[in-house]
Design a protein around this ligand. Structure first.
Ligand code: NAI
Length: 318
């Protein structure tokens, strides 16, 4: 069996000085890629900076016979990071937007600084790196992007409103990149990983973390960004500890009400079961699906006003 290789390709991995990013960088280098090891070297909550984190990974790659160069910019300086790839290796093929920090705090105590820093690193940082890579991807009609979401973004998590907002943002960002990139063979997917790192070290017990090596997230990412993947784009994947699963949106069949004066809050209340009825779901993938649903819907019997419920002895809802 031949392995999936990345010879002659350049991969930029942001936040590659530790955790998941380091695992990606070591893997891609071991499979023949030139790797830009970006890391600001900040603490887990975004304080300070140091060149050490990136340097250690570059040394490790070189010692193993691989090709890598360090970049110490914050992801906010996406142009400089992508420039490092172009100047050193002449190209950029793959961008792994991975860098991240936490500023966990209950919403009651959230300060603008906590909100802004998280959104700057995750949202603006991912945007800046992808924006700088985009013209190269378009020109060469080839590009692969991974963005990093989180279960906290998909489902919410106590103390993480800032992080959740930024992480779900990665999903919408990826979906649109996938649509705009399709014509140029630019493929974009988003992962919600789970892995042992300094980020999770304080919130999970050691015996759980032992089974969540960052290395177990790498193969999915490598598969998605390999040139042999020409169709899987705009996907959302949960990955960690050997489990890999795709997620998607599910829409309930829903209620269709006449769009006229009879469309009152009470009319919605009477249709509440239908609004929540997932027995005949659909799986929308774009805004156009909603328009089709409305167009089809006017033909459906549920668009007609249903029988009035028996409201004897009850307050009528309107
Ligand atoms: P980590 O803290 O081990 O690694 C993150 C790296 O990003 C650090 O080396 C840090 O110096 C670097 N970094 C931080 N801010 C930066 C900036 N502005 N510019 C450049 N580099 C910067 O964390 P981990 O766990 O490896 O996380 C990687 C990504 O995966 C993050 O986006 C995180 O939010 C996400 N994630 C991780 C999960 C996990 O279970 N470890 C769960 C869900 C999401």
């Amino acid at each position: 069996m031949s392995e999936l290789r990345f010879d002659n390709q350049t991969v930029v991995v942001t936040g590659a000085g530790g955790g998941l990013g380091k695992a990606y960088a070591l893997f891609f280098a071991s499979r023949g890629a030139n790797v830009v090891v970006n890391d600001l070297g900040s603490s887990h909550n975004g304080q300070g900076n140091s060149s050490k984190a990136a340097d250690v990974v570059v040394s490790e790659i070189k010692a193993a016979g691989g090709k890598a160069v360090a970049n110490y910019d914050s992801v906010e300086k996406g142009d400089a990071i992508i420039d490092t790839a172009i100047k050193n290796f002449g190209r950029i093929d793959i961008l792994i937007n991975n860098a991240g920090i936490l500023r966990d705090i209950s919403f009651k105590n959230m300060k603008d600084q906590d909100w802004d820093l998280i959104n700057t690193v995750h949202t603006y940082g991912a945007y800046k790196c992808a924006r700088a890579a985009w013209p190269h991807f378009r020109k060469q009609k080839y590009g692969r992007i991974i963005n990093t979401a989180s279960a906290a973004g998909l489902f919410g998590n106590f103390g993480q409103t800032n992080y959740s907002a930024a992480k779900l943002g990665q999903v919408g960002f990826t979906e649109t990149l996938a649509k705009e990139g399709a014509k140029y063979n630019i493929i974009a997917n988003v992962i919600a990983p789970i892995a042992a790192s300094r980020m999770t070290a304080t919130i999970m017990p050691p015996e759980v973390l032992e089974n969540l090596k960052p290395e177990w997230v790498v193969p999915l990412v490598a598969y998605l960004v390999h040139s042999s993947n020409t169709t899987e784009t705009g996907g959302i994947f949960e990955v960690g500890g050997g489990h890999v699963a795709k997620l998607r949106w599910e829409r309930a069949k829903g209620a269709l009400l006449k769009a006229d004066a009879s469309l009152t809050p009470g009319a919605i209340a009477r249709k509440w079961n239908e609004v929540n009825d997932f027995s005949e779901p659909s799986y929308p993938t774009g805004p156009a699906d909603f328009i089709t649903l409305l167009e089809d819907g006017v033909k459906l019997p549920s668009a007609q006003p249903g029988p009035e419920p028996d409201l004897k002895g009850k307050v009528a809802l309107v």
